[in-house]
Design a protein around this ligand. Structure first.
Ligand code: CP
Length: 315
């Protein structure tokens, strides 16, 4: 593995999941990162990604440097050939090259603007780091994907599944803010690559990028979709078609105890943070069906498996 920007950087997903679960049982690579440094740059807030990735790196013996790049760093210019006579003080060419002198792996979080679909889809920040860094780059959630979360979710489902091919439903839920499609995009990509019966349910107007959804079934009636589900992944996202817009806050899509009743006693997942009684009701989050804390714990082992691959690439 040279970078971890998207699921396409994984050559054998089943093997990577098995490695993560092995690391969860027993930290088999405690010295692999000795003398190496992970540098993490956050252009947006984080709790889980920041701390689980730091913990993962330390479990491998790495040193970790973290920077709130949006607040503490120079404003970066990403455009080639820009005349930098305005507010941007440093070009990504120098920034990524300099960071590569201090770090053995660079990890970056940079959310989409949700105003210009083409611009967000170009993944300018992540791709610029990949282009100008001379060390591996990890995506800590970018404009269109959150592959560490997607890997975690696949690990969690494979760890907790009680039938050979569980039914997994990704359901949209309401939210007062316009949120990226990054988490659902990555969840879809990972579900398409493990052995599950997978469907997506969302209101009309909220279909995800067809290039990501591909042949996955999309149902616009949530109750129908939830029937007999073994896992329900609840998540809000803003419209892809009417890009970045909130089209509805329909409370009938909030994941409630009544919705849970429609399922096969499903395990309920969410990447967190979750707005209680807007996205998922208390009675679900406080029930034994909710596996969100277990899921958050698995963030560490997903990150550890990825770091391990980057530190010791296959011959
Ligand atoms: N799920 C997730 O990425 O959480 P943070 O935004 O807190 O990192």
């Amino acid at each position: 593995m040279e970078n971890y920007i998207s699921i396409s950087d994984i050559d054998d997903l089943q093997e990577l999941i098995a490695e993560a679960l092995q690391l969860k049982k027993d930290n088999t690579a405690a010295n692999l990162g000795k003398g190496k440094t992970l540098g993490m740059l956050f252009f947006n807030p984080s709790l889980r990604t920041r701390l689980s990735t730091e913990k993962a790196a330390k479990l491998l013996g790495m040193d970790v440097m973290v920077m709130n790049a949006d607040k503490d760093g120079w404003a970066l210019e990403f455009e080639d050939g820009a005349i930098m006579n305005s507010d941007k003080a440093e070009h990504i060419k120098e920034a990524a090259a300099v960071l590569s002198q201090y770090c053995d792996i660079i990890a970056v979080r940079a959310f989409p603007g949700l105003k210009d679909r083409e611009k967000d889809q170009a993944e300018i920040v992540m791709n610029s780091f990949r282009k100008y860094a001379s060390v591996p780059v990890i995506n800590l959630e970018s404009a269109t994907g959150h592959p560490l979360q997607g890997l975690t979710d696949a690990i969690t489902i494979m760890e907790l599944q009680q039938v050979k091919k569980p039914k997994v439903v990704l359901t949209w839920a309401p939210h007062p803010r316009a949120l990226p499609q990054s988490v659902p995009n990555s969840f879809v990509e990972f579900m398409q690559n493990i052995d599950v019966e997978f469907i997506i349910t969302n209101p009309e107007g909220y279909d995800l990028d067809p290039q990501i959804v591909k042949n996955t079934t999309v149902v616009h009636d949530q109750d129908t979709a939830l029937k007999d589900a073994d896992f329900v992944y609840v998540k809000n996202w803003s419209s892809f078609n009417d890009y970045g817009k909130i089209l509805t806050e329909d409370k009938s899509w909030t994941f409630s105890g009544d919705k849970l009743e429609l399922t096969n006693n499903a395990k309920v997942m969410h990447c967190l943070p979750v707005r209680r009684n807007v996205v998922i009701n208390d009675e679900v989050l406080d029930s034994e069906n909710a596996v969100v804390i277990h899921q958050a714990n698995n963030r560490t082992f997903a990150a550890q498996a990825v770091l391990q691959r980057l530190l010791a690439p296959s011959p």
